[in-house]
Design a protein around this ligand. Structure first.
Ligand SMILES: Cc1cc2nc3c(=O)[nH]c(=O)nc-3n(C[C@H](O)[C@H](O)[C@H](O)COP(=O)(O)O)c2cc1C
Length: 167
């Protein structure tokens, strides 16, 4: 348990990757973990597209400055949700599971924004997703380039944000 808590605290966004493929079984395992995420009323509105084709990943990385971490990624998991009351929360929970599963496997990851971005329909078209599917996120995946890649983002201190009994 202690190890699990430590590991949860050590997840960080990774944006520079080695030129090394991720085995298909590991990508499948990551999506398998995603489907266990909490979901309002157990609707499970999610669909996951795993992209490993370099050309397609390059096209996704060209969608905007914020999508650049995809440029050197070995794979990208694109999370879509069917339109439903809590599609964004459900899809975000699944996205978090993907980030954590990747960390557990020693794979670096970075959440690339989906919902609210002007390129949503372009992504649907690129991946042949039905137009009514909502883009939640695109997750860049790959083996981290820098040794300390998992430990670079500073976090707010606990005492600054934890409130007991009242705000
Ligand atoms: C909803 C959401 C959208 C994000 N979009 C992007 C993005 O488009 N590009 C990017 O490089 N990082 C993106 N991130 C990653 C954040 O920048 C990152 O999580 C944050 O800086 C904290 O760093 P950490 O993940 O290392 O803890 C996004 C994260 C979230 C939760």
């Amino acid at each position: 348990m202690e190890n699990l808590l430590k590991f949860l605290k050590e997840r960080r966004s990774v944006r520079a990757f080695q030129d090394k493929n991720i085995p298909k079984e590991q990508l499948q395992e990551i999506v398998d973990v995603a489907r266990f995420a909490p979901t309002a009323r157990n609707v499970q509105p999610w669909e996951f597209v795993v992209v490993t084709d370099k050309e397609k990943i390059a096209q996704l990385s060209d969608l905007g400055q914020n999508a650049k971490p995809l440029a050197g990624a070995a794979a990208c998991i694109v999370v879509f949700c069917a339109d439903s009351n809590y599609f964004l929360e459900d899809g975000s929970a699944a996205t978090c599971n993907i980030l954590l599963a990747a960390t557990a496997l020693g794979i670096g990851s970075c959440w690339i924004a989906g919902d609210k971005k002007p390129y949503c329909q372009q992504v649907n078209a690129l991946l042949a997703a039905p137009a009514n599917m909502k883009l939640i996120s695109m997750i860049a995946l790959g083996y981290p380039q820098e040794e300390n890649a998992f430990k670079i983002t500073p976090k707010r201190e606990l005492k600054e944000l934890l409130h007991w009994e009242k705000f």
